[in-house]
Design a protein around this ligand. Structure first.
Ligand code: MRU
Length: 334
């Protein structure tokens, strides 16, 4: 992709992110949706890391893009060694989604290649924003080719404009499929413990007037048994060369159910989510989050809880991985 000519007043905006060199980065606080639409200016590296860790900004592509934009903006008024420290700290903010490190590394590389000129760090971050928008459209085009008429699809977590710079990955396919009259109904699975499906996917579907039901995660099997679900589309946070997919905890449950009920199960993700360096015997790092996210809703202070944020779906359970270039089937790229 061509680099956009960068000017000091270049502004970018998506559903959940806004950047301009005068004001810096602003994020839509996703923890407050759908009841409150509130934008927060990101004022310091600590604040950026907090926004990522608290899921004010979330979704594999958007984490990478927002951290890169922040770093680019920061580099305009800080020394290379200060910028390097923030680059290192940001990479560690969340461990599972590979886009964060991938995006920051390519921005950092562009900075080094151009003698630590901050304009080039920022320019790469802006380029990643536009590239992600194009990737989303390309994935949607591929994914829509899988649809028949009258589809009732189930999706998990949030993979739309709140998770990317564009229309989304799995939710991008669903939006385009609805627009083209192929999808008639969507089931948004709640996604415990933080409710990305119930809050964020529901928000996006409502805005677009796409007919949907929110379901509790434990209702999926019944819906499938009643033949109410024709296809399943989910996103990914990291995909290995073997085709193992790390995605929001609960994705594996759906893949197992889909195999049992013989429902096509598709993962939609851009190549920026591939991690072909993690070898088969290396374990992916699964983020473990605070137990209060599991227990808080019940005011339960008498128990301890487990809270892994992601699970790993084996390639044998995946019907196809939809990327911007192709739809790959098992054994994927092995
Ligand atoms: O913890 P989250 O909300 O960042 O998890 C998000 C997911 O698991 C998404 O499915 C994934 O990042 C793909 S988003 C296009």
């Amino acid at each position: 992709m061509e680099l956009m000519p960068l000017t000091m007043n270049h502004k970018i905006k998506s559903l959940s992110l806004a950047y301009d060199p005068a004001q810096g980065l602003r994020l839509l606080d996703q923890t407050l949706l759908p009841s409150q639409v509130s934008w927060v200016p990101i004022s310091s590296p600590e604040h950026m890391i907090e926004a990522i860790q608290s899921l004010k900004v979330r979704g594999a592509p958007l984490i990478g893009i927002s951290a890169s934009l922040f770093l680019g903006h920061y580099s305009l008024s800080h020394t290379p060694s200060q910028t390097y420290q923030v680059y290192e700290d940001l990479k560690k903010a969340r461990p599972t989604a590979v886009n964060l490190a991938n995006n920051l590394n390519s921005c950092w590389q562009n900075y080094l290649t151009h003698n630590n000129d901050p304009q080039f760090l920022l320019q790469k971050a802006i380029e990643l924003f536009y590239q992600d928008q194009e990737l989303c459209f390309a994935m949607a085009k591929q994914g829509v080719s899988l649809l028949n008429s009258n589809e009732s699809v189930l999706t998990y977590c949030n993979t739309g404009s709140l998770a990317t710079a564009g229309i989304g990955t799995a939710l991008g396919v669903i939006k385009q499929g609805f627009e083209q009259g192929l999808i008639k109904h969507v089931y948004a699975s709640e996604t415990r413990p933080l409710g990305q499906g119930a809050r964020l996917t529901a928000y996006e579907l409502s805005q677009l007037k796409i007919p949907h039901h929110v379901i509790c995660d434990n209702m999926a099997a019944t819906l499938m048994a009643e033949q109410l679900v024709t296809k399943i589309f989910v996103g990914a946070d990291r995909i290995t060369k073997k085709g193992e997919v790390a995605n929001k905890i609960g994705t594996l449950n759906l893949a197992i159910l889909a195999a049992h009920f013989k429902i096509p199960f598709y993962v939609v993700a851009p190549s920026t989510t591939f991690d072909f360096e993690t070898s088969d015997d290396q374990k992916m790092v699964i983020e473990q989050r605070n137990q209060s996210e599991v227990l808080g809703i019940w005011n339960n202070s008498i128990s301890t809880a487990l809270n892994p944020a992601f699970d790993i779906t084996p390639p044998t359970l995946i019907t196809g991985i939809v990327t911007e270039n192709l739809i790959s089937t098992y054994p994927f790229w092995a």
